[in-house]
Design a protein around this ligand. Structure first.
Ligand code: ADP
Length: 275
């Protein structure tokens, strides 16, 4: 059941009571589940032949002697290999998303040092950053942050995606900062860039599946529109929050809060949670 409620106010604004609507969403849930299972099955079936095609193209390209007459063939095969790689990563994202939707997101949580992980993601991405002449810095506290109990693959996916986006949507010579700090019983991580920015009307939409902003600056950037829905799903599963602030032409900041204890019992204080 899904509940919606609103207060009923008298003429002078005094509260007379409340109206609650209860909607039976069982059918919607079942349909959603069938859709998720279908996507997972199809993605799974497509992944293995595509991986074979990718491997075989890589083999042919590796063995090919490039001469003037085979140059075009080499170029076309390389493009085909790149496109298959794109499809494999799209399928990987779809599988991850359907896993989140079926509630089986996170594997066995372990104690993870988020500052070490952020440092290694930033190091790992340096080659991509340097190729684009972007400067990327990690601002982490001198004292190590307390470890967080979570699935390391989920954390890597969250921050890897946010940092990859910052690189993709920032022009040459730009700057990216990754900051992390302890705030009470939560970890606060900011990924900010001074890139293209996002118009306010799209700020909610970017977390929807397949949504991509199309404008003069972004039309040549390839992507699937699945990165942020995946990030949001993972942050939700870790009982954290994610928000975004952006100004077109100035840059974007994604802010993630993660509780140190991800498996605390939830507060059942409001009606929506109870139902
Ligand atoms: P993808 O990057 O594959 O298109 P995402 O779901 O990761 O998919 O992002 C959705 C859209 O949000 C992107 O297409 C882009 O328009 C916008 N976006 C995401 N991150 C940034 C950023 N750091 N700066 C500007 N735009 C961004």
């Amino acid at each position: 059941l899904m509940a919606r409620g609103r207060p009923v106010l008298g003429e002078d604004g005094e509260c007379l009571g409340a109206v609650f609507t209860l909607v039976n969403i069982t059918t919607m849930k079942v349909l959603d589940q069938v859709k998720s299972e279908f996507v997972a099955k199809v993605s799974h079936e497509l992944r293995s032949p595509l991986s074979t095609i990718h491997e075989q193209l890589a083999l042919v390209l590796g063995e090919m002697v490039v001469e003037a007459e085979s140059e075009r063939g080499h170029y076309l095969l390389s493009r085909a290999k790149e496109k298959t790689r794109g499809l494999i990563s799209l399928i990987g994202d779809l599988l991850d998303l359907s896993r989140i939707e079926s509630g089986a997101v996170t594997r066995e949580p372990v104690m993870v040092s988020l500052d070490e992980m952020l440092r290694s993601i930033v190091d790992f991405m340096q080659a991509r950053v340097q190729a684009k002449k972007i400067s990327m810095t990690a601002e982490l506290p001198d004292e190590p942050l307390p470890e967080i109990k979570a699935d390391p693959a989920a954390l890597e996916s969250i921050f890897g995606n946010l940092i990859a986006n910052a690189i993709n949507y920032t022009q040459e010579g730009g700057e990216i900062r990754v900051r992390a700090a302890l705030e009470g019983d939560r970890l606060h991580v900011d990924v900010s860039d001074n890139g293209f920015g996002i118009e306010e009307k799209y700020l909610d939409k970017i977390f929807e599946r397949f949504f991509r902003v199309k404008n003069e600056k972004t039309r040549f950037i390839t992507g699937t529109g699945l990165g942020l829905p995946l990030v949001k799903g993972l942050v939700d599963a870790l009982k954290g929050t994610i928000s975004v602030k952006s100004q077109p032409g100035k840059g974007t900041t994604f802010t993630v809060f993660l509780p140190l204890e991800t498996d605390k019992p939830e507060c059942a204080g409001n009606l929506q949670d109870l139902l």
